[in-house]
Write a protein that binds this ligand. Structure first.
Ligand code: HAS
Length: 556
C-alpha cells in the first residue's frame, strides 16, 4: 500500500511533538536523579525542593503522558492505513492533533509557571490551575477523536469485507484503543466532575479517595495503552527484522483480546494501602492483576520462538547456538531486543508490586520508579524511539544518519536503565521513598548514599543514550533522503509473515470485539461496583486545597 504524502506529514508531526516533549522530560529526569544523589547546586543555580517537584511534574507529564500519547496516536494511524488499505478521515485526524496540541500547551504553561506542581498523578488535595486540568482533558478528547478516525475506518473495512477477519496488526490497534477508551472514562469523570469545578472555585471541597479511585481506574490500563503499541511492533515488525517469522499469529490475537479483558479491572492494586476500600475487593483485583500477566507470558513464549526460528534460519545450530546468529549489530534489532530483555525484569517487578502483602514493602518507595523505568521507560519508550527511525525511513526514505550510533545508544540505554533500576530497587527495599529530594534529606546512611550514587550513574548513562538519539534523529530529519520519491512511494511497513498463520479453523468469536468489550464492561461493573460503594460509604469531601510551597499550605 502506498503511504500518501499527507499521512506522512501527519505522522511526522505527531512524532515530532512527542519527541520534543521527551527531550524536555528527560532533561528534568537527569536533574531529578542527580538531585537525589546530592548533586543539586550548579554555581548560582540550585535545584532545590520546589524545582524538584515542578521538574518531577514536567518529567512525568511530558514523558509518560504527552510523548506516549502523541507517538502512539500517530503510529496507530499508519498501521491502520497500511493494514486495512483504507484512508482515514483527514478532518478527524487533524482535529485530533490540534486538540491534543492545544491541551498540551495549556497544561505545559500551567506547570512551567508553577501553577500545577501536582505530579503526573495530580492527586487532590494538591490543586492545579484549571488550565492544567482543561489541557489534560483536551489531550484525552483529542486522542478519542483519533481513535474515532481509526474505528470508523475499521468499521467501513468490515462492511466492505464481510466474512474476512480483521488483520492481526489492526487487532492490536483496535485493542489499544478499546483499552484506552474504557480506561479514560475514569479520569474523564474525575477531571470533569470534580477537579475542574474545584479548581475553578465552583465547589469548595473534594473527596480525595474518590478522585484517587477514579484516577487508578484509568492509571493502570494506561500502562497497557503504552505497552500494546510496543507489543504490536515486537509481534509484527521485529521477527522480520530478525530474519524470521512470527511463530504464532492466532496466539498473538488471543493475547491482544486477553488485554481487553484483564487490563481494566486492576487499578486498585495502586491503592492497596488506601483506606476506605475493603481488603476483599483489593484481593480480587490483586488476583486479576496476576491474570493480566498471562498475555505477557504468552508473548514471551511466542516471541522467543519467533527469534529462535530467525536464529536457525540464519544458520544457528544447537540448543542456544541460534542466539549468536541473531543480528545483534543491526540498529533496528538492537532497538527492539533491548526493550524486550529489559521488560523481563520490569514485568517480574510488576508481579512483586501486585502481590498484595509484598506491596506493603515497596509501595511509595524508590522500588516503584525502578519498576516503571523498565516498563514504560524502556519497553515502551525505547521501542518508540526505534520506531521513529523506522518511520523516518518508511515515510521519507531517510535511514538514520548513523546506524552505528543508533545501535550503540540502544545498548547504552539498556545498561543505563538496568543500573538505574537496580539502584532504585535496592533503595526501595531499604524503605527509601520515591518522589523525595534525597539530596536534602538528613536520614540517608552511607550504604544508601552509595546506592543513590549507583542509580545516578545509571541515570546519566540513560540520559547520554537518549541525547545521542536526539542528535542522530535531528540530523536524520535534515539530511537528504536515501531513496528517490518513486522508491518512497513503494515503501510498505512490511509486517512480518507468520509461521503458524490464522486460517479458517480460527473461531469466529475471536473477531467479535463487541463481545469482548461487553465482557470487559461487565468485569468493570462487578469489580468496581463494590469498590465505589465502599468509597462512597466511608469517605467524604473536605475543603482542603493544598499547595506544598504556599506558606499557609492552602491555595485559597
Ligand atoms: Fe506496573 C506501578 C503491577 C506492567 C508501569 N507500573 C506502576 C507504575 C507505572 C507502571 C508507571 O500491582 C507507577 C504508577 C505510579 O506512579 O504510582 N505492572 C504491574 C504488573 C504488570 C505491570 C503486574 N507497569 C507495567 C507496564 C507498565 C507499567 C507494562 C508500563 C508500560 N505496577 C504494578 C503495580 C503497581 C505498578 C501493582 C503499583 C505499585 C505501587 O504500590 O505503587 C504486568 O503487566 C507485568 C507482566 C509481566 C510479567 C513478568 C514476566 C515477563 C516475562 C517476559 C516478558 C517479556 C516479553 C518480551 C513479553 C508476567 C517472563 C519478550 C522477550 C524476549 C526476550 C523473548
Amino acid at each position: 500500500m502506498r503511504i500518501g504524502k499527507d499521512l506522512r506529514n501527519i505522522v511526522f508531526w505527531h512524532m515530532l511533538v512527542g519527541i520534543l516533549s521527551l527531550a524536555t522530560g528527560v532533561t528534568y529526569g537527569l536533574f531529578q536523579v542527580l538531585a537525589r544523589a546530592g548533586i543539586y547546586k550548579y554555581g548560582i543555580f540550585t535545584y532545590g525542593t520546589k524545582l524538584y517537584y515542578q521538574g518531577l511534574t514536567l518529567h512525568g507529564v511530558l514523558n509518560a503522558i504527552v510523548f506516549t500519547t502523541f507517538f502512539i496516536v500517530g503510529f496507530l494511524y499508519i498501521v491502520t492505513e497500511v493494514s486495512l488499505k483504507k484512508r482515514l478521515n483527514r478532518g478527524l485526524v487533524w482535529l485530533s492533533f490540534i486538540l491534543m496540541l492545544v491541551g498540551t500547551v495549556a497544561a505545559a504553561w500551567a506547570i512551567l509557571t508553577d501553577r500545577a506542581t501536582v505530579l503526573y498523578t495530580f492527586y487532590p488535595p494538591l490543586q492545579a490551575h484549571p488550565a492544567f486540568y482543561i489541557g489534560a482533558t483536551l489531550l484525552i478528547v483529542g486522542s478519542w477523536v483519533g481513535a474515532l478516525a481509526t474505528t470508523l475506518a475499521h468499521l467501513q473495512w468490515r462492511k466492505e469485507n464481510p466474512g474476512r477477519r480483521t488483520p492481526p496488526p489492526m487487532v492490536a490497534v483496535h485493542t489499544t484503543y478499546i483499552v484506552w477508551f474504557l480506561a479514560t472514562l475514569g479520569v474523564a469523570a474525575e477531571v470533569l466532575f470534580f477537579l475542574i469545578p474545584w479548581s475553578l472555585g465552583l465547589v469548595k471541597s473534594i473527596n480525595a479517595e474518590l478522585a484517587r479511585t477514579l484516577f487508578w481506574w484509568f492509571g493502570h490500563p494506561l500502562v497497557y495503552f503504552w505497552l500494546l503499541p510496543a507489543y504490536l511492533s515486537w509481534y509484527f515488525l521485529m521477527p522480520r527484522i530478525a530474519g524470521g517469522k512470527l511463530y504464532s499469529e492466532p496466539m498473538a490475537r488471543v493475547v491482544f483480546i486477553m488485554f481487553i479483558l484483564f487490563s481494566l479491572p486492576v487499578g486498585t492494586h495502586h491503592q492497596f494501602s488506601d483506606p476506605g476500600i475493603s481488603s476483599t475487593w483489593k484481593a480480587i483485583q490483586a488476583f486479576l492483576t496476576f491474570m493480566v500477566a498471562v498475555p505477557s507470558l504468552l508473548t514471551a513464549f511466542n516471541l522467543a520462538a519467533s527469534l529462535e526460528y530467525a536464529g536457525r534460519v540464519r544458520g544457528g545450530k544447537g540448543f542456544f547456538g541460534w542466539i549468536k546468529t541473531l543480528p545483534w549489530g543491526d540498529y533496528k534489532f538492537a532497538g527492539f531486543i533491548g526493550p524486550m530483555i529489559v521488560f523481563i525484569f520490569g514485568g517480574i517487578s510488576g508481579i512483586v508490586n501486585a502481590s498484595y502483602n509484598v506491596n506493603q514493602v515497596v509501595h511509595n518507595t524508590s522500588w516503584i520508579p525502578g519498576h516503571f523505568h523498565m516498563t514504560v521507560g524502556t519497553a515502551s519508550a525505547m521501542t518508540f524511539l526505534t520506531l521513529s527511525y523506522i518511520l523516518m525511513e518508511k515515510l521519507f526514505g531517510k535511514k538514520p544518519w548513523s546506524k552505528w550510533w543508533a545501535t550503540f545508544h540502544a545498548y547504552l540505554w539498556v545498561v543505563g536503565v538496568l543500573i538505574f533500576a537496580w539502584g532504585m530497587m535496592q533503595l526501595g527495599r531499604a524503605g527509601i521513598p520515591r518522589r523525595t529530594h534525597l539530596g536534602l534529606s538528613p536520614y540517608m546512611n552511607l550504604e544508601e548514599k552509595v546506592l543513590m550514587g549507583i542509580a545516578a550513574v545509571g541515570g546519566v548513562l540513560m540520559f547520554t543514550a537518549v541525547f545521542i538519539y536526539f542528535v542522530n534523529f535531528l540530523v536524520t530529519i535534515f539530511k537528504k533522503p536515501d531513496l528517490s520519491e518513486a522508491e518512497i512511494e513503494e515503501v510498505d511497513l512490511e509486517f512480518t509473515e507468520a509461521y503458524h498463520k490464522e486460517d479458517d479453523s480460527l473461531p469466529k468469536v475471536l473477531d467479535n470485539f463487541t463481545l469482548w468489550i461487553g465482557i470487559a464492561v461487565l468485569l468493570l461493573i462487578i469489580t468496581y461496583g463494590p469498590i465505589f460503594y465502599d468509597v462512597f460509604r466511608s469517605t467524604y469531601a473536605v475543603p482542603n486545597a493544598f499547595s506544598p510551597f504556599n506558606p499557609l499550605n492552602l491555595i485559597k
